[in-house]
Design a protein. Structure first.
Length: 79
């Protein structure tokens, strides 16, 4: 789907949010992020980010490090 969000930014293509999240989180491997932290850094909805992070946690690509408040870390080993 094309177009813009309510705030005027271009909409992401289907499936484009997960690679953005993983790229940012891998850049700062070893750091925990909240959905809000990532939303501010990427300029995207924290609700959409939280939903995608939960899906990535289910597949093992990220690890949920805290339930409340929700925090996530990349599953990629730091080396």
């Amino acid at each position: 789907m094309t177009g813009t969000n309510r705030d005027g930014r271009p909409r992401l293509a289907d499936g484009a949010l997960a690679p953005l999240l993983l790229d940012h989180m891998n850049t700062y491997a070893g750091r925990d992020f909240s959905p809000y932290d990532l939303a501010k850094a990427l300029g995207r909805s924290h609700g959409a980010i939280r939903t995608r992070l939960l899906a990535l946690a289910d597949t093992g690509e990220v690890v949920r490090t805290r339930i409340r408040p929700a925090r996530f870390r990349t599953a990629r080993p730091t080396s």
